[in-house]
Ligand binder design. Sequence first.
Ligand SMILES: C[S@@+](CC[C@H](N)C(=O)[O-])C[C@H]1O[C@@H](n2cnc3c(N)ncnc32)[C@H](O)[C@@H]1O
Length: 303
Amino acid sequence: MDGTWQHTTVLLNEAVDALVTKPDGNYIDATFGRGGHSRLILSRLEPQGRLIAFDKDPEAVAVANAIEDTRFEIRHEGFAGIAQLPGASATGLLMDLGVSSPQIDNPGRGFSFRADGPLDMRMDTTRGQSAAEWLATASVEQMTEVIRDYGEERFAFQVAKAIAARRQERGPLATTSELAQLVAGAVKTREPGQDPATRTFQALRIFVNAELEELQAALEASLHVLQPEGRLVVISFHSLEDRIVKQFIAKHSRDEVDRRAPFAAPKPMKLKAIERVKPTAEEIAANPRSRSAIMRVAERTAA
Ligand SMILES: C[S@@+](CC[C@H](N)C(=O)[O-])C[C@H]1O[C@@H](n2cnc3c(N)ncnc32)[C@H](O)[C@@H]1O
């Protein structure tokens, strides 16, 4: 295991305080990363408590495998896999979404436009298509849709056309620098303090890892896996993720009327919204990557 790449856990105490309501409960950390949240959860649990963690990334799983604690288990799979856990079995579910600092900082993973590396971007390097593989064959329409919808990039069509033209002239893109340069040429405006490649890289990362689909599936599964009064704690880092979490909690925090049977008794709400928390100024100063974090907490109702 390479110990060079460190991750500073965001909203560490805030998340664990909101999550762990019973020291003998069963908890899920859906995004182990480097285990900052997991270790604090374990420190709050009594011997009967349990923690199951998930991560797609084999490097994260290797770190988790080094934890010697019979209360802890790591699963190398996408967190939509929580749907397979027994119903009403979890006292709390934590999701700290997105990429970890080791993933961004290691040029070999291909997530960053700041350092040259292979254009990979897969969290799970053992399966699936890399960004380079997808960009080698995707149509201009497919690329435009992904870069526009997941990157909110106004020049998505221009970027997609530039990628297709480059493919024809010199073969497919292979590295992060090649893509970053191409995007810089296609994006005609500049936002202060933001590299023009930011949006396209975000879009490809979300697409390659099916991030929003997995998030939606895991949120739905949380209703199945959480016990009454079980806590759902989700930390997101950009507006696309936070919108999904916010809308999910809002939808299930009210009684559900069946429009086809307006006189039937509404189905009782499944969640109670508890709080929305942002990092303090001190945390942002110490860890600038925390600045866009938003944590939402909800509680499963008895229904
Ligand atoms: C922000 S980091 C989590 C950091 C962790 N809380 C800590 O304190 O070290 C996000 C982690 O979640 C993993 N991840 C992201 N989406 C995932 C998914 N759909 N299924 C499983 N793991 C996922 C990433 O591989 C990454 O390791």
